[in-house]
Design a protein around this ligand. Sequence first.
Ligand code: PHE
Length: 340
Amino acid sequence: MELLAAHLQELAEQIEAYPVSSRSELEQFKAYFLGRKGVLSAYFDRLPELPREERARWGRQLNALKEAVLARYERLRAEIEAREAQQSPIGDLSLPGRRPFVGGVHPLTQTLRTIVRIFTRMGFAVAEGPEIETDWYNFTALNFPPEHPARDMQDTLFVDSEVLLRTHTSPVQVRVMERKPPPIRIIAPGRVYRNETISARSYCLFHQVEGLYVDEGVTMADLVQTLQVFARHMFGPSARIRLRTSFFPFTEPSAEVDVSCFLCGGTGCRVCKGSGWVEILGCGMVDPNVFEAVGIDPERYTGYAFGLGVERIAMLRYQIDDIRLFYENDLRFLRQFPIS
Ligand code: PHE
């Protein structure tokens, strides 16, 4: 019994001293003591050889040694894992993940996409033109005579006397009609620039969507119907529009179009300034002088055109009361418009 005690004492020391520096050595350590042919197993196997009254005592001792092996095993395993985590090029794989920042789509882009989708479904193709334009496309071909006071309607940013930043998307009308004979049915979304005092209601750049439909027999009724369909899709089935006579050099007759204020339903609120209506676009029948400038026979063809303000529509849609918010890129503002 004394010899057995000494053996077990030695075993206890071996358990603590067995060298372990890697995962494979750790498994070897456990197998050496606890494996089917391990050292401790051999002692367990021979327990029945002891006198009956001694077995329980030595059994407890062997169990204590087994616990010591398992305890050291767990301790070493934790150490090895911690070391591996530090060495890993991507850090501790057991840490919870960081949520990636998901960007949104700018409210103007969302609005622009909605507008474009509505018109393309009605059969309009999308056209584009340059933001840096010549006087011809922005003014002269659109029936603004030189020195005509109508040019003052739009505060132009000039590059030089002939070149300017387009003040509207209407020059795209001219570019499209020059290139292609009727029938023409296009929209032209894009940026425009004006030298205006910046305020809650106006900014030095904004977006328009131009529309142009030219064919034989196009009438103002087609225009009104198209805009009515647009308004219902954009603002909801109860949206109504109204036309007010207006003036643009490139359309005759001309009109401005209001949509019923969907916020208050037309009873009057802050957005519509109590009138129940909000202006969203200018439009009219293409002036024969514009057809002549681009070589389309005004005796044969007629057409309508419109230009709608994207910021206006986005402000209505999201109840935004300051146009500058669109251009400040304040994330606290932008995060309110998740991808739709
Ligand atoms: N280009 C005009 C503007 O910017 C809008 C418009 C477009 C009017 C087409 C009539 C026809 O104010």
